[in-house]
Design a protein around this ligand. Structure first.
Ligand SMILES: Cc1cc2nc3c(=O)[nH]c(=O)nc-3n(C[C@H](O)[C@H](O)[C@H](O)COP(=O)(O)OP(=O)(O)OC[C@H]3O[C@@H](n4cnc5c(N)ncnc54)[C@H](O)[C@@H]3O)c2cc1C
Length: 434
């Protein structure tokens, strides 16, 4: 297919690579400029001690149709790349919710009725809450903190502690008291309220750079486009009918540019333009939440009772068994999402604490052979009520904005990032065809 537009994309994370794939499919000539030595951004593979890790254990949901679609489009195979688990939330020795083998929404309602660790009163309260949210199509008139919404619908302490708090922290990476009720409802609408397949959890068997961005790079190269690593964009220079990007190496000139850099970088790049003051101010106002992942390599015989297990009243929130997941025997990934007292600990203290919790709660008495703490202090935006998120179409001709923080229904997720990239690509294609 003949090349049509020359398009520059700043950033090779999930948003930038999704935009690149979509545009390459339309025959445009795309150049992705990525400042790091590898693709993936906040969802990237990290090698440590000869073992492939991620910068944080990620999980996808069956309802992440755009991300899954992109993985397949670029040569992935969802059945082979992921371990697909029916919705199952287990807080070790305290709580278990399993979706039943029934059509939606009965799968979830039956799941509530059979949940272990809840009184009958709590089970009915959870079912009533979901039915009430269905009746209002998961839309509230005024956004409020998620905890207030749960209290309004009589969700008791056990339900909040074992179900809603873990769900909210995992999905929004923001404590319940600060989270947007509306965004939580958007996630519940598409996952728990969707089909059984939508509510399934997909745990990747390969690292997050290999899963999509690397495949996307090969895909776009086969379509006559290119990816340049270690190319930091230092300035955007809009000119008549073209737009120039100044990088650490040289200048590039394009018909259109999509800025798919992280929010902090996007602010720096957009701030010089008077027309973009409002957009830059919206991005600058974003507050962040951390995610810590503690990887622990135990001897190969150490195994969890199931692939993913929650822990109650501990710093460790979720433990993943990478042996059962990806054949990395004895490797556990412990995830600690959102802000908390754990941030006051040094990495050594945090690893010690996590090791103690695994010993006390799961009976893992053997010493870890090594550990690695990965602290992503700005892992995601804090998903607070009534957040003003910037539009993907800022008021400068030929420049668009992609990334998980741009306007949309979802919290900071791979799906939000991919959707924003696809939206930018579609808008460019639509204008091109007009
Ligand atoms: C530890 C952790 C766990 C997570 N868990 C989950 C999960 O389970 N499920 C889920 O859906 N989401 C999860 N997320 C969120 C998810 O990773 C992000 O929402 C998503 O990766 C964001 O993608 P993005 O493309 O918008 O931004 P980014 O990934 O930040 O990509 C931006 C890219 O731009 C590059 N860049 C920045 N500035 C420049 C510049 N000036 N020039 C060139 N390149 C530049 C960066 O290097 C980066 O590669 C998690 C995030 C973290 C950190």
């Amino acid at each position: 297919m003949a090349a049509q537009l020359k398009i520059g994309i700043i950033g090779g994370g999930y948003a930038g690579m999704a935009a690149a794939v979509e545009l390459a499919c339309h025959g445009h000539r795309v150049t992705v400029l990525e400042s790091a030595k590898q693709l993936g951004g906040r969802a990237r593979g990290v090698e440590y001690n000869g073992v492939m890790l991620d910068n944080g254990q990620h999980i996808l949901l069956g309802c992440y149709k755009n991300t899954l679609g992109m993985i397949e489009k670029t040569g992935g195979n969802i059945a082979e790349d992921f371990q697909r688990l029916p919705l199952q939330l287990t807080i070790h020795k305290h709580f278990e919710l399993k979706a039943a083998h029934l059509p939606a929404p009965l799968h979830l309602l039956a799941g509530f009725m059979n949940a272990k660790g809840l009184s009958w009163k709590s089970r009915f309260a959870a079912a009533r809450f979901m039915l009430a949210m269905r009746s209002i199509k998961f839309n509230i008139i005024k956004d409020i903190p998620a905890i207030e919404l749960l209290h309004q619908y009589n969700q008791d302490e056990a339900l909040i502690r074992f179900l809603w708090e873990p769900v909210c922290i995992s999905a929004l990476n923001t404590p319940l008291a600060k989270s947007s009720a509306q965004v939580l409802l958007n996630v519940l609408r598409d996952s728990l309220n969707g089909s059984r397949a939508d509510s399934e959890m997909l745990l990747p068997k390969l690292d997050f750079t290999s899963l999509f961005p690397q495949r996307a790079a090969r895909f776009i190269e086969q379509h006559g486009s290119q990816v340049l690593l270690s190319h930091t964009v230092e300035a955007i220079i809009p000119e008549v009918n073209k737009i120039t990007l100044e990088t650490s190496h040289r200048e590039f000139s394009f018909d259109k540019v999509i800025c798919a850099a992280s929010p902090a970088s996007a602010v720096r790049l957009l701030q010089p333009f008077p027309q973009l003051q409002e957009t830059a101010a919206q991005i600058a106002a974003i507050d962040y939440q951390p995610i810590y992942t503690v990887y622990l390599q135990y001897p190969e015989n150490v195994k969890l009772p199931q692939v993913m297990l929650g822990l109650d009243r501990s710093i460790s929130q979720w433990v993943f068994d990478k042996g059962q997941l990806a054949g990395q025997k004895g490797l556990l990934a412990v995830v600690i999402s959102a802000e908390g007292h754990h941030q006051e600990l040094t990495q050594e203290q945090l690893a010690d604490q996590v090791i103690r919790e695994l010993k006390d709660q799961l009976g893992i008495l053997t010493s870890a052979l090594w550990h690695k703490v990965i602290a992503e202090k700005r892992a995601t935006f804090a998903c607070v009520p009534n957040m003003q998120r910037p539009s993907t179409i800022p008021p400068i001709p030929n420049l668009m904005l992609a990334g998980d923080f741009t306007e949309g229904d979802y919290p900071a997720t791979l799906e939000g990032a991919v959707i924003s990239g696809i939206n930018c690509a579609n808008a460019i294609q639509l204008a091109f065809q007009a």
